[in-house]
Design a binder for this molecule. Structure first.
Ligand SMILES: NC(=O)c1ccc[n+]([C@@H]2O[C@H](COP(=O)([O-])OP(=O)(O)OC[C@H]3O[C@@H](n4cnc5c(N)ncnc54)[C@H](O)[C@@H]3O)[C@@H](O)[C@H]2O)c1
Ligand SMILES: [Zn+2]
Length: 383
């Protein structure tokens, strides 16, 4: 990894762009870094309780010591906190502490924190500036790029939210050393997706880098984080509002989301996407669109992540198929699939996604049902 990488995001021409700064140890330079991007009277550092202890307190104290008045606000870790109730609690706590429209929010944590604290920032006093310090690989690689914030509702995930771009994203790959192995795999699943859709060289490199990142090596972590951010930024900069090219990032997600829903959200997203990529590559192979062997390549990489390549025991292929029809990204009630032409390349089509016959999907699902691949549950550790 370079000594320091700055990746500039152009937010679709509408909103202003923002830089993503990546460097080991950069979290210790927050006061100086922030100065160039946000001028606020006070800073609300928001972190879940676990990350607050590891990094949130350090960052809040660093800001305070650097002349920026900061206060730490925390909430219980996990997806269960990504709710309107927690949004209200944090907002009320900030109001009670007399934070005003001249404040800024600093989100320190995983994707849950980025989405929740980002939504607080988007709505507090009709919107205050927001800085992201992603600490999980999911957050570094995926959720801190793109400007989506929000919370879950009883009817589903991410149903209430807003686009609110950060002013600055500060990525310190070093903090991933404390991340549990299973959480690293969750982020790496999206990294494999980035390589699979747009970059064959990166995909090949990942095969060597995955074991190193899984073992917590900082150098490999930095390389992967930088390349994945570059790829996501390249796509999102061209298409902030998800009308065109951004659809390629849905590779593995049509079947991934269906498996996630069929498991009643008891499996983590990255595990489902990892499986979804293998299944969708097989669908593409059966349709003669994806080069033979692509699914095998992806399955090998998913195995390196200790994630499943088969449906969880007992999951019914028909149920998964039915959930694909409920996909909100479908068209006229039909699910849409992003298919590869080969590893590292999306097959061109009218709008990057296409209709696939249900019989082919069912055939692939059936071939992956009732078997048990290593680590099939992919269940979350330590959450
Ligand atoms: N906005 C977007 O575009 C976008 C994209 C992808 C995912 N997401 C959202 O992201 C969320 C998932 O993110 P996540 O997987 O990071 O979950 P998370 O924020 O719950 O973090 C996972 C766990 O890791 C812990 N953790 C985080 N960083 C750590 C570190 N450095 N050391 C030790 N522990 C650490 C957290 O405390 C938590 O227990 C979901 O809610 C999803 O909807 C949003
Ligand atoms: Zn995803």
């Amino acid at each position: 990894m370079l000594l320091e990488d700055t990746i500039q995001v152009q937010a679709g021409g509408r909103a202003r762009g923002y830089p993503i700064r990546v460097r080991n140890g950069i979290r210790r330079s927050m006061p100086q870094l922030i100065s160039g991007h946000v001028k606020a009277h006070r800073y609300a550092v928001i972190a879940d309780e676990r990350v607050a202890e590891l990094y949130g307190r350090e960052i809040a104290e660093g800001l305070d010591g650097g002349g920026k008045k900061a206060r730490l606000f925390s909430f219980p870790p996990g997806e269960a906190s990504k709710t309107r109730e927690e949004w209200a609690r944090l907002t009320d706590a900030m109001l009670e502490a007399r934070f005003g429209r001249d404040c800024a929010v600093v989100a320190v944590g995983g994707g849950v924190t980025g989405d929740l604290a980002g939504f607080v920032a988007a709505t507090f006093m009709r919107g205050v500036p927001f800085v992201q310090v992603p600490t999980s690989l999911v957050a570094m690689i995926d959720s801190s790029v793109g400007g989506k914030t929000g919370v879950d509702a009883p009817g589903g995930k991410n149903l209430v939210g807003a686009f609110h771009s950060p002013r600055l994203v500060v990525v310190d790959p070093e903090v991933a050393v404390t991340l549990p192995r299973g959480e690293r795999a969750q982020g790496l699943a999206e990294a494999v997706k980035h390589g699979a859709v747009l970059d064959p060289v990166y995909l090949a490199d990942l095969e060597n880098d995955i074991p190193c990142v899984m073992n917590g090596e900082v150098g490999a972590t930095g390389r992967v984080v930088v390349r994945s951010i570059e790829i996501k930024v390249g796509v999102v900069s061209k298409d902030e509002r998800e009308s065109g090219l951004r659809k390629v990032l849905n590779f593995g997600h049509t079947l991934g989301h269906a498996v996630e829903a069929a498991a009643d959200y008891s499996l983590p997203h990255g595990s489902c996407v990892a499986l979804g990529m293998v299944l969708e590559a097989e669908v593409g192979e059966k349709m003669g669109i994806t080069r033979k062997g692509t699914a095998g390549t992806l399955a090998r990489m998913v195995s390196l992540l200790d994630l499943p390549t088969d449906l969880p025991p007992g999951m019914d292929p028909g149920t998964v198929l039915a959930f694909t029809h409920a996909d909100k990204k479908g068209r006229a009630g039909r699910p849409r699939y992003v298919l590869l032409s080969q590893p590292g390349q999306v097959a061109a089509s009218e709008d990057w996604a296409r209709d696939v016959p249900d019989e082919i999907v069912l055939e692939v699902l059936a071939q992956h049902a009732g078997r048990s691949s290593g680590g099939a549950s992919g269940a979350r550790e330590g959450v």
